[in-house]
Ligand binder design. Structure first.
Ligand code: DAH
Length: 341
């Protein structure tokens, strides 16, 4: 085979490989293999010196000719391939703008926390200081200091979670009252809120863990009228301007007289519905004038000072407000439920 034929063969196989190349990386390889510093055609050019003088010009031209053809072919193939590569890349990164959007969720306070926050806000505006009090309480503060006689049935009735003979999980937030009375001097206006615990059969309307608010006020000349005015103001702010309150006699060892307080049913505006069982009223709180024994026990002279107190559960409030019929949902922490409130 002559040098010219040899060259033709080399050119043909190079062009065939270019035509078959599938990626620009393969084309770069072919480029180096034929046209690079140590490439096949470069080696061919080096041969020129060893050829007879009359053949050199033609041979050189032939090599250059093939070089140009291969270079052009690589360029052209590269354009086709990179067009395809860009299309493939675009296809892979494509965003379907017709897809429905995704809703960016942020957290929110638990519905009971929302209710407590609203109550807190109202009592702060009424002049109360909001205080914290232990959930693990002593028998003394939970019962004894609140004028419960040792054999009082309520101690059994309230079925408590005892930690030992002395300590229990507080059965009502009222347990904070004596702690506060002991370390303050009248006038006192404080309020606490939080979890309480009782051994109770759990069902849709009872739970072993529930939340209460307790408020009291001690000063000279405090009467039932102050209690009534305060609860009325609270009820109006909490449940709306048309809300009324109703007092009925009740008994709690730590108040005398004691009362059960109801508010106008916010669902039927007092007309009677299934939530208020047709009465038009919803029970709100226990209340009364602080018993002289309680004041005396904390070193406050009941001849000089009087006080009122009231306490209520809050778990039923969002139940009534949102028409929820099972209290356990509040403690289950199922986000599908909580997110709706
Ligand atoms: N502690 C009572 C209960 O859990 C509610 C209560 C009644 C609180 C009368 C008071 C009050 O402060 O004066 O049922």
């Amino acid at each position: 085979m002559s040098e010219q034929d040899n060259l033709e063969e080399l050119g043909k196989s190079a062009l065939a490989r270019v035509a078959q190349a599938a990626t620009s990386a393969q084309l770069d390889e072919i480029d180096t293999e034929y046209l690079g510093r140590k490439g096949e055609l470069t080696l061919q050019l080096r041969k020129i010196g060893s050829l007879p003088a009359d053949q050199r010009k033609d041979f050189g031209q032939a090599v250059n000719d093939i070089k140009v053809r291969i270079t052009d072919a690589i360029e052209a193939r590269k354009k086709t391939i990179s067009g395809g590569e860009i299309d493939a890349k675009l296809a892979a990164e494509a965003v379907d703008i017709t897809m429905p959007g995704r809703f960016y969720r942020i957290g929110r306070p638990h519905v009971l926390v929302q209710t407590l926050a609203k109550i807190k806000d109202i009592f702060i505006r009424l002049g109360y200081e909001i205080v914290e009090s232990p959930e693990v309480e002593s028998y003394h503060y939970n019962f004894e200091a609140l004028n419960y006689p040792l054999d009082h049935p309520a101690i059994d009735e309230q079925m408590s979670f005892y930690i030992n003979d002395e300590r229990l999980l507080r059965t009502h937030t009222t347990a904070y009252q004596h702690r506060q009375m002991e370390k303050r001097k009248p006038p006192i206006m404080v309020c606490t809120m939080g979890k309480c615990y009782r051994v109770d059969a759990v069902d849709a309307t009872h739970n072993h863990t529930f939340h209460q608010v307790d408020c009291f006020c001690v000063d000279r000349g405090i009467t039932m009228a102050d209690l009534k005015g305060t609860l009325y103001q609270f009820a109006v702010e909490m449940f709306g301007a048309d809300t009324n309150i109703r007092f009925r006699p009740d008994f709690f060892p730590f108040v005398e007289p004691g009362a059960e307080v109801a508010v106008t049913c916010s669902i039927c505006a007092g007309k009677g519905c299934n939530v208020c069982k047709g009465s038009g009223w919803l029970e709100l709180a226990g209340a009364g004038m602080i018993h002289p024994n309680v004041l005396r026990g904390a070193g406050i002279d009941p001849e000089e000072y009087t006080g009122f107190a009231f306490g209520f559960g809050i778990d039923r409030m969002p139940m009534v407000q949102h028409g929820i019929d099972d209290m356990r949902l509040f403690m289950d922490n199922d986000l599908r439920f909580l997110r709706q409130l």
